[in-house]
Design a protein around this ligand. Structure first.
Ligand SMILES: NC(=O)c1ccc[n+]([C@@H]2O[C@H](COP(=O)([O-])OP(=O)(O)OC[C@H]3O[C@@H](n4cnc5c(N)ncnc54)[C@H](O)[C@@H]3O)[C@@H](O)[C@H]2O)c1
Length: 444
């Protein structure tokens, strides 16, 4: 198929590369001149696992154009993947999308064949029916559903695994103004995905609600496991991993996203939760579960801080290993590690940081208040407390005998994911999060 992609950022460029590498012809446009010129020179401006390699098989069919008109005229479907930042009340703004739709409208008006406008950006429920459809109908003089098609087709992907998630979905969500548009987008994904996903084709508003409620459900599982971990920590002999493994084996629950540890962060989950609450309130309802999920999540950095404060007082050195909101990405947005770093700095601790990918971003943010180390052993040298935060595979291979020689005697090891549990940790005050080790550790 001939498709166009407007917005070639973290999700948009991966999407364009996935379609182009699976045989579709893709016309990409981004307002960012630098992105366009880099892409025209076949250089990848976005850091994402596997993207540079995937682009190698995509360049032949990935054409970078310089206008909305060129993108729309060359294609049958236009995917829009621009930011929808959160407003102070938690709602997403449609400002960027509106600008794109206004830019596409003249070409949509003059095009003689049926064209599908496919919004991929995350939007508030109701946006398609109350904002996008009226805007396009007014600007083009055409009827939505007959003169052109409107689709809402958001992704469920995580940074660091965008390409894998995109090509191997369980489900593709397609809200459509009409059957023809829904079928065309369904066919596009069927021809691209490696899996045989469920094609969930529905009305635009149902798809809008599905998108944010699915994300909220996933965060509910994460917060459930984290709430359980907090309780287990108080109970001598309790082990959150043993319990969640059994709970997750029940097919009514499922094992994914059920590991107690750090909370959820990043650019999607936290804001989707707030948007879900704002959406419920707008329609006179209340997202009680959503509120509880956020409360559990917000309590985690404080819980980690309390553990450290009980062990050592400022200005002791605290080493934080892992800064990104999850492994395999450099993104630190809404990262619990960063929240903990800020709390420690404010309390007067000396804070040293390490991360395989996110160190630069964290150090740019925290500046001279912290010491940034490219080597984890340098980071933890002399530390009275060491917190293992993001679950990077690299930290599973730490040489704990060496750590014992470098860190302060009897230093606290706060192990968010229990990665060091099978080692001899007797040289340390070892606290695996979610495990009630002994009575003396049970009072927060
Ligand atoms: N990144 C993710 O993991 C992810 C996952 C699910 C959903 N989403 C949603 O996808 C949307 C985009 O997210 P992202 O992370 O790719 O954002 P991003 O900031 O990485 O990329 C957005 C791109 O859009 C471009 N852009 C902005 N305004 C434009 C315009 N008027 N015309 C053309 N290009 C324009 C920007 O230059 C930028 O390159 C958001 O709504 C986000 O919530 C993202």
């Amino acid at each position: 198929m001939n498709i166009s992609v407007i917005g070639l950022g973290k999700l948009g460029l991966c999407t364009a590369a996935c379609f182009a590498s699976t045989g579709h012809t893709v016309y990409g446009f981004d307002l960012n001149d630098h992105f366009r010129s880099e892409l025209k020179s076949r250089r990848n401006p976005i850091e994402e696992t596997g993207l540079t390699e995937l682009l190698e098989s995509a360049w032949e069919r990935l054409h970078i154009v310089d206008s909305y008109e060129a993108a729309l005229q060359s294609s049958d479907i236009t995917l829009i993947i621009v930011p929808t930042p959160s407003l102070p009340d938690g709602r997403f703004t449609n400002d960027y999308l509106v600008k794109v739709l206004e830019g596409l409208a003249p070409a949509l008006k003059s095009k003689s064949s049926f064209h599908i406008v496919d919004v991929v950006s995350t939007v508030m429920p109701g946006s398609c029916d109350t904002v996008f459809t009226p805007l396009l109908e007014k600007a083009t003089g055409k009827r939505c559903g007959t003169g052109f098609g409107l689709v809402y087709n958001p992704e469920f992907i995580a940074l660091g695994s965008v390409i894998r998630n995109f090509l191997n979905p369980d489900m593709v969500l397609i809200g459509a103004s009409d059957e023809r548009s829904g079928s065309a987008v369904s066919e596009l994904y069927t021809s691209t995905c490696k899996t045989r996903p469920t094609m969930a084709v529905m009305s635009l508003v149902n798809a809008e609600i599905t998108k944010i409620s699915l994300n909220c459900y996933v965060t509910m599982k994460i917060s459930y496991a984290n709430g359980l971990a907090a309780i287990c920590e108080q109970v001598p002999g309790a082990d959150v991993d043993v319990i969640t493994a059994a709970i997750g084996a029940d097919s009514r629950v499922g094992s994914k996203c059920l590991k107690g540890g750090l909370g959820f962060g990043g650019p999607c989950f936290p804001r989707d939760n707030l948007a879900f609450q704002a959406f419920a309130e707008e329609f006179g309802s209340e997202a009680l579960l959503g509120k509880a999920v956020v409360a559990v999540n917000n309590s985690i950095p404080e819980r980690l801080f309390s553990r450290i404060a009980r062990h050592c007082a400022p200005p002791a050195k605290v080493a934080l290993l892992g800064l990104s909101y999850k492994a395999d990405t450099h993104i630190i947005e809404e990262s619990h590690s960063i929240m903990l770093a800020k709390m420690l700095v404010a309390a007067g601790y000396q804070v040293a940081l390490h991360d395989p990918k996110a160190l630069d971003a964290a150090c740019d943010l925290l500046g001279n208040d912290v010491v940034c180390c490219v080597d984890p052993y340098e980071c933890l040298t002399g530390a009275a407390a060491i917190a293992l935060l993001t679950d990077w595979p690299r930290y599973r291979d730490l040489d704990w005998e060496r750590v014992a020689m470098l860190a302060a005697p009897g230093s606290l090891i706060l192990d968010s994911w229990r990665t060091a549990m099978n080692n001899d940790m007797s040289a340390f005050t070892y606290i695996p999060v979610g495990v009630g080790i002994s009575a003396k550790d049970t009072v927060l």
